[in-house]
Design a protein around this ligand. Structure first.
Ligand code: UDP
Ligand code: MG
Length: 139
């Protein structure tokens, strides 16, 4: 199925604050199956590559500093309608605008330190998963 994969990261502040387990529990309870998972630390260069689409935005340099400030947990997730359902589960980019019960409402600190990443399209879900995981790491 084309639309059954999304890619997520549990971002540095959420890992540092010990929220990774609670976030993963919410993801699994929402019906997503973990298809690949790894903890790793992005260099500033790698963070810049991952977020290259935002290179012209004013927040890009800060975003790359933040995303390389500590380890992240990369996740490839499977579910029907994965991309859209996952965006609903995480809530709006700005936690103040995120709906009650969403991961960002519960765990984000700010529009930048917003706990989790979620792909915005099926095409980007594949690109982002392949950025982190090789063929033998995806189940
Ligand atoms: N971001 C930020 N300031 C902004 C908008 C975004 O620091 O004004 C950061 C935030 O961490 C966000 C990431 O840049 O998750 C990517 O932005 P995007 O608009 O793609 O939001 P997302 O898809 O993560 O909701
Ligand atoms: Mg985005």
């Amino acid at each position: 199925m084309a639309n059954d994969i999304t890619f997520s990261m549990i971002k540095p502040e959420a890992v540092k604050e010990g929220n990774a387990g609670a976030i993963l529990k919410m993801i699994e309870e929402a019906g997503f199956k973990v298809s690949a998972m790894k903890m790793t630390k992005l260099s500033k260069f790698r963070a810049g590559q991952f977020y290259a689409v935002h290179a012209d935005r004013p927040f890009y340099t800060d975003l790359c500093d933040y995303m390389s400030s500590g380890p992240i947990i990369a996740l490839r997730l499977k579910k029907d309608n994965a991309v859209n359902d996952f965006r609903k589960l995480i809530g709006a980019t700005d936690p103040q605008k995120a709906e009650e019960g969403t991961i960002r409402k519960l765990y984000a600190r700010s529009i930048q330190e917003n706990a989790v990443h979620g792909s915005d399209s099926d095409a980007n879900a594949k690109i982002e998963s392949d950025f982190f995981f090789s063929g033998i790491e995806k189940y």
